[in-house]
Design a protein around this ligand. Structure first.
Ligand SMILES: [Zn+2]
Length: 520
């Protein structure tokens, strides 16, 4: 039994009281920082060398066993879970192809595909805050359209992303013209200022254990430091995305917007969502074991730290809440994983059997528009089946058996079978069941063996395995009790937790729960 002195006991009581007071006072600003492809193990792996924003988050309320608990761990479905608190089966954003592409919503003042949240279903934290106070201000920013659009759902907020010609833009879904502050930022030509610059490691070579000269990185092209941007500004603004400077530019734009839109300056709870993408582009090019990803995380730590310092200079730190997470992890480059992983991973190609299966379905009288054969899924419109259920089922069974014989394919399931499976003992089944509703027209779902991937991209994500699903979920600010929380939680718990701190109620039943153990 520990005896407390009266003075100490009084101090503890006072601090508990202050803590609960803060919890009743909603924050004036919620800042969601999403680092695209930030694996759940990176912060610990590089921790001794972190001094900035990631080091600061590591002192927050850190859920170290947090996962995207769905099967297709891609950017669009991952971002869509974060402020909705719902799995892809209910946001309707199942994969990148079902993401934000929208020809009817062209970009403003920039080139590139149009984009909108028209396929996103339901509401997000932004809508819940606006239901309480319609004056709630929201800015969402990313290098990627889907990284900017999907966290804030269908809301017509201030939503901007980077076009490869070096300008921040939005689409016709949100506005008819870019606001002055965005034009002024673009006129500063910050992305163009990096033309001709060389990306070199931040620290001395002895600080990096990774082998720089792995020729499987970046498909054997420009895979050793230094990485020099072209002197031509047009080419440089595109290649900027594969350098740590892309995140610096994104943070600079977010800060400009925070000031211009006066986020967090009143009694409202405003939202700033920033999704930084360089980690993802560098991870796809060089893989998670590379010297480049190591250096990217160190530089992200520094630029994130400067960003947080700036937010605290502009706004009262006692009224700002930060959350850090990611949209997915990443697998090792298959050729590197093959040195140790058993069974060895494969690059899987299903194009030929998929074509044959498509032809088979057409021969059974199905229309092309009723069939959708992807690498991971087969969808057949129910209305097109007529009275052919038995022959279609037989064809699906034969195709599944053929796929199972391909090296690198772990399992092929009927979705309807997975929905009824014991999802505690079969986490793969659970993640597929969170991906698609039981009422969906998805027939088959394919899962590869660990570290196997589709196609020739150097390294990637998208599987239901933990290396792709595990991400940090960290809260930082006065309402939260710092510490390492090791229990299993999901990214769908993030929105209900922020809603609890802001004192608003989700507009529909979320799949996640508020992580009350971390709230004072
Ligand atoms: Zn991503």
């Amino acid at each position: 039994m520990i005896r407390l002195s009266l003075a100490l006991a009084a101090t503890l009581l006072a601090s508990t009281y202050a803590g609960s007071q803060e919890a009743r006072n909603p924050p004036s600003l919620i800042v969601l920082v999403t680092v695209d492809q930030l694996r759940g193990d990176y912060i610990d792996r590089f921790r001794p060398q972190l001094t900035g924003g990631l080091a600061r988050f590591a002192r927050g309320a850190w859920f170290t066993n947090a996962h995207h608990d769905h099967a297709i761990t891609e950017t669009a479905p991952g971002h869509a879970t974060l402020l909705s608190g719902r799995f892809p089966r209910s946001t309707g954003i199942a994969d990148n192809l079902a993401g934000v592409d929208a020809p009817n919503a062209p970009l403003l003042g920039a080139s590139g595909p149009g984009a909108s949240p028209e396929r996103f279903q339901g509401t997000t934290l932004v809508d819940w805050l606006r239901a309480r106070d319609p004056a709630t201000r929201v800015l969402s920013v990313s290098m990627k359209d889907r990284g900017a659009i999907l966290p804030v759902g269908r809301s017509r907020s201030e939503v901007y992303w980077y076009s490869t010609d070096g300008r921040f833009t939005t689409s016709r879904y949100y506005r008819d013209a870019l606001p002055d502050w965005v034009n002024r930022f673009n006129e500063r030509r910050l992305p163009q200022s990096f033309a001709g610059k060389a990306w070199t490691p931040l620290l001395a070579d002895s600080a990096y254990k990774e082998l720089d000269a792995e020729s499987v990185e970046r498909a054997g092209i420009d895979y050793v430091f230094p990485h020099v941007l072209p002197a031509d500004t047009g080419a440089a603004t595109n290649q900027l995305r594969v350098t740590p400077w892309m995140d610096e530019v994104t943070f600079a734009f977010a800060l400009a917007g925070l000031r211009e839109l006066s986020l967090g300056d009143g009694s409202r709870t405003d939202v700033l969502a920033v999704s930084v993408s360089a980690t993802d582009i560098i991870g796809h090019s060089f893989g998670p074991d590379s010297k480049e990803i190591h250096d990217q995380i160190l530089r992200l730590d520094r630029s994130l730290g400067a960003f947080m310092d700036s937010v605290y200079r502009i706004r009262d730190s006692t009224r700002v809440v930060f959350a850090l997470t990611s949209d997915h992890g990443v697998g090792r480059i298959p050729e590197i994983a093959a040195r140790t992983q058993r069974p060895p991973p494969y690059r899987v190609d299903i194009v030929a059997p998929a074509r044959a299966f498509h032809a088979k379905l057409l021969s059974l009288g199905l229309d092309t528009s009723a069939i959708e054969i992807g690498v991971r899924t087969v969808r057949i419109a129910r209305s097109a089946r007529g009275n052919r259920d038995a022959v279609i089922d037989a064809a699906l069974t034969a195709y599944a058996a053929e796929l199972r014989r391909i090296p690198g394919v772990a399992r092929v399931d009927r979705l309807r079978d997975l929905i009824d499976r014991d999802t505690l003992t079969d986490p793969i089944a659970r993640r597929w069941a969170h991906q698609f509703a039981g009422t969906s027209t998805i027939e088959l779902v394919t899962t590869l063996t660990p570290y196997s991937i589709y196609g020739q991209i150097v390294a990637t994500h998208g599987s239901p395995y933990d290396y792709d699903s595990h991400v940090p979920v960290i809260f930082y600010g006065p309402p939260f009790r710092p510490g390492r929380y090791t229990e299993f939680v999901r990214t769908v718990d993030l929105a209900p937790t922020l809603a609890a701190v802001a004192g608003v109620t989700p507009g529909e039943t979320p799949d996640g729960v508020a992580l009350k153990q971390a709230i004072r």
